[in-house]
Design a protein around this ligand. Structure first.
Ligand SMILES: [Zn+2]
Length: 415
């Protein structure tokens, strides 16, 4: 295997069938690749009740003058007069993959890493073993050219629990590393951020996410005698109208308007002649940076209280709004030292001017943003999680060169 060839590295990674939470030899392989490049490697395992124990991976190469792993807190890198502190670039991602679906539906076995017609097939090819392979190939090329930065450090933080519960993965790994004194100046997440062609999109933030359940309690009864019952459904309908009829906002410069999406309305009632005792609606809001979680929750409470005041009549009916325990706040990365060299590398290699986007679902960037500025850039995500997930050899080559230019220019402070 040639480590400077991203396709070769990716084939080896795909042949480790690392469906969450199995790591299936992926970390052994990465250790074999990164140790000769000068990386010190640790593989902490994290556990929690009711979730599988997960192995994680942290590799660090500190150039001369930069602190070794774990030495950051006690001996911070002293900047010489007139120099900025040493940079520490973090590459973050995951080696776990989603299940294959029907293996017989694949053109090639999903863990074979077969190449055909300029495409490399396999589960994880784009999400996101491809991004990891390109970053390692880029590091190997810089090392071979003796172009690795002479100050600062590079680390890789990889989990085996991104596609699963995400409890024993990136969150704990970041905390573990920070406790040891690790301190990053910027992070690049190698998820497949490109939409249609390589280089058309960098993700520089994400919308927040808030889920809730709205319960209306009524009084069960016979449909022929509604005066003896309290039907929760008309009340729920009015409350939902109050939640959804006015837009939450008009969007902000980097974000689309916030959106409340109803996901279910249930009574559990199967009888045609019964007024149900209760009804519940579930919804999720993807919201932009004009809201904090607390202000958004307050807005929803206010809308419901106003509508309930107008409903007013039936004392037999009451409602209760409950928020899910794991909301995520919206964030945006505004860090020129990170974004400018990334944009420049993409444009130089692909001719694309990448859109700076906050679209899409959540990713581990939501955890990393609490430690340092973070952006996501990687392959085209079109076949992720699908049958016949695949990537072009050309995209692997171009992404490797983008990463190589980006790493060099990030440490040089050049665009
Ligand atoms: Zn992914």
């Amino acid at each position: 295997m040639t480590i400077t060839s991203p396709a070769s590295v990716l084939q080896q990674l795909i042949r480790c069938p690392s469906i969450t939470p199995q790591t299936s030899g992926c970390f052994d392989l990465l250790q074999t690749l990164l140790a000769p490049l000068g990386f010190a490697i640790e593989r902490p395992r994290f556990s929690a009740a009711n979730t599988p124990t997960v192995e994680n991976f942290y590799a660090k190469r500190a150039a001369s003058g930069a602190p070794a792993m774990g030495a950051g807190k006690s001996a911070p890198a002293k900047a010489k007069a007139g120099q900025s502190p040493a940079k520490h670039l973090l590459f973050a991602g995951h080696i776990d993959v989603v299940p294959t679906g029907a293996e017989t539906a694949w053109r090639f076995p999903p863990f074979a890493g077969q190449i055909a017609d300029g495409l490399l097939y396999g589960r994880g090819a784009v999400d996101m073993k491809g991004g990891i392979a390109c970053f390692i190939a880029a590091l190997a090329r810089l090392t071979a050219e003796q172009q690795q930065p002479d100050s600062g450090a590079i680390s890789l933080l990889l989990t085996g629990d991104e596609e699963g519960p995400a409890i024993n993965g990136t969150v704990k790994l970041l905390h573990w590393a920070a406790q040891k004194g690790e301190d990053w100046s910027a992070a690049l997440v190698g998820e497949p951020s490109s939409a249609e062609i390589l280089g058309d999109m960098i993700k520089i933030g994400r919308r927040g996410s808030l889920s809730a359940i709205l319960r209306v309690e009524g009084k069960q009864g016979h449909v022929a005698y509604p005066q003896r019952a309290g039907n929760p459904l008309p009340v729920l309908a009015r409350l939902l109208t109050a939640l959804t009829s006015a837009p939450l906002d008009q969007g902000t410069p980097h974000f689309q308007p916030s959106n409340l999406e109803l996901t279910s309305i249930d009574t559990g009632n199967e009888a045609a002649n019964m007024i149900p005792p209760a009804a519940a609606a579930r919804f999720n809001i993807r919201f932009n940076d004009s809201w904090t979680i607390e202000r958004l929750q307050a807005e929803l409470e206010n809308r419901l209280a106003r509508a309930a005041g107008q409903v007013g009549s039936s004392s037999a009916v009451s409602y209760h709004l409950e928020f899910a325990a794991n909301p995520a706040s919206a964030f945006i990365t505004d860090n020129k030292a990170l974004i400018a060299p990334l944009q420049a590398a993409i444009t130089a290699l692909t001719g694309q001017r990448p859109a700076l986007s906050t679209s899409g679902g959540t990713s581990d960037a939501r955890f990393i943003k609490d430690y340092c500025p973070v952006a996501e850039f990687g392959l085209v995500g079109q076949t992720m999680h699908q049958i016949n997930e695949c990537v072009t050899i050309e995209d692997l080559e171009n992404l490797t060169e983008i990463y190589r230019h980006f790493i060099r220019n990030y440490f040089a402070g050049r665009d």
